[in-house]
Design a protein around this ligand. Structure first.
Ligand code: SF4
Length: 454
């Protein structure tokens, strides 16, 4: 995620020497949603079911499912798995653009395994070096682009009011549809996947370089604190340990988290720690996108963490969506000020801006053309503040440029694509009107330039 652009070209050549669709992330990276019994590698393609019968034979099937091994086979043969379209879309753009496949090829958790992976057979199981895991969907937020699949608060809402109206027959987040598709969370009690995970842990931990806990809201899950205790009892000195958090948790959970993180770092039981926290724009607009967020508390928790855990890093995850652009500058200004105030050797404050693709009606491509101008201005502004240490980093500007390029694709769309765009804009309006009705929010007040879309 946080790369030096100069070595990406080298990684691209290395990967393409195996095949033009070969990607190390399919082997070495995994996200396992234990709360659903589903997995994907990397986090961009859709998840697929982990058959319990495969897990019963071998707990490493939590990662090495038959389905994933088929995708690996395609990649070794130069075929493109459909689920990886986020990369193929970028790679098919005119000119030179780097996809996540290229970025992942230069990561320190893939490079050492290149020979082993590229020469082994597609059906050989492997332990991941980068693992992301969710134990529970317990969450107190209902972010607009999230779903009942990952948030118990969302789940409660749709169980009470049903799915959100859309232009088609199927409602957005219809509980019945989600249940049928296997996308409703399993109950936290007696989850066989969580049980299998802790059985796998003694073997899995040997190869692990990066371990990241996601959710739900991980700091509301007892299994997260169990992970802290397991590492405390049996240190992993080479591990980079990370937690994703909405930082909207009660003070008592936050204090417990600070205490345990400080202890792991002070006693060198892990190599490094990163708190990944999500925010997609600034202030009230950010609160609108991430329903449940208290922005003032959020700022306080961020700054407390940076002060109390001086050797821990922080990563802002901005899921760049249609509502991000209008108030993005103040967020960048705050990040620059944090980089200046809390600079410390051995720690970093990162910023990642993956562009949102789903739900389609919230993607930046649905925005009116004038937003391309706003995006260009934002990029110029960011470039003026470029500085590898205290300002906006060159790789971060590159990512914003990549988003603009993607937005501009709309300018060349054909009749059918424009028809689809019209549908997504209608869905945008239907969703946020219902959102305002159910949640007592006021879209038009916060996003006046998007009134026409609403
Ligand atoms: S989406 Fe891209 S980075 Fe992820 S596994 Fe597929 S090709 Fe690799």
């Amino acid at each position: 995620m946080f790369n030096d652009p100069s070595s990406i070209e080298e990684a691209k050549e290395m990967l393409n020497s195996v095949s033009p669709s070969f990607c190390m992330a399919k082997w070495m990276n995994t996200t396992i949603h234990l709360h659903l019994g589903r997995t994907h590698s990397c986090h961009l393609p859709p998840t697929h079911k982990i058959p319990l019968k495969e897990v019963k034979k071998n707990v490493n099937a939590l990662h090495n499912t038959q389905e994933k091994m088929k995708q690996r086979k395609m990649m070794l043969e130069g075929k493109r798995p459909k689920g990886c379209s986020a990369c193929w879309d970028i790679e098919d753009l005119p000119g030179t653009h780097y996809s996540d496949r290229h970025y992942r090829g230069q990561d320190c958790w893939t490079k050492p395994f290149f020979d082993e992976v590229s020469t082994s057979s597609w059906d050989t199981p492997i332990n991941p070096s980068y693992l992301e895991v969710s134990f529970s969907a317990g969450c107190n937020f209902k972010c607009a682009y999230c779903s009942p699949t990952f948030s118990s608060a969302w789940q409660k809402e749709v169980e009470k009011f049903g799915g959100y109206p859309q232009s088609g027959a199927v409602k957005h987040h219809s509980p019945l549809w989600l249940k049928t598709a296997g996308l409703m969370p399993l109950k936290d009690e007696d989850n066989p996947y969580v049980e299998a995970f802790w059985k796998w842990w003694p073997d899995l931990k040997k190869d692990l370089m990066f371990f990241r806990i996601t959710g739900g809201e991980p700091l509301l899950s007892q299994d997260t604190f169990k992970a802290f205790d397991m590492i405390d009892a049996d240190p992993m000195e080479e591990l980079e340990f990370s937690i994703n958090s909405n930082l909207g948790i009660p003070q008592v959970h936050f204090d417990r988290f600070i205490k345990k993180t400080k202890s792991l770092l002070d006693h060198k039981k892990v190599r490094h720690f990163i708190l990944h926290t999500s925010v997609d724009t600034w202030g009230e607009q950010a609160e609108y996108i991430r329903n449940g967020l208290n922005f003032e508390q959020y700022q306080r928790y961020v700054e407390t963490y940076l002060l109390e855990v001086p050797n821990g890093s922080l990563a802002f995850m901005c899921t760049f969506n249609a509502l991000s652009i209008d108030n993005f500058k103040p967020l960048l200004e705050w990040i620059i000020s944090l980089r200046r105030r809390f600079h410390q050797k051995g720690r970093d404050i990162y910023l990642d801006t993956p562009h949102l693709k789903y739900p389609n009606f919230m993607a930046v491509q649905i925005l009116p053309e004038c937003y391309q101008k706003k995006m260009r201005e934002l990029i110029t502004w960011a470039k003026e503040r470029q500085d590898p240490l205290y300002g906006i980093k060159p790789a971060e500007v590159l990512k914003l440029e990549r988003i603009l390029k993607w937005m501009e694709e709309v300018n060349t769309w054909d009749k059918n694509q424009l028809k689809q765009l019209k549908t997504e804009r209608k869905n945008f309006s239907l969703f946020f009107r219902e959102h305002d009705k159910r949640r007592g929010t006021n879209f038009k007040k916060l996003f006046p330039d998007l009134k026409s879309l609403y």
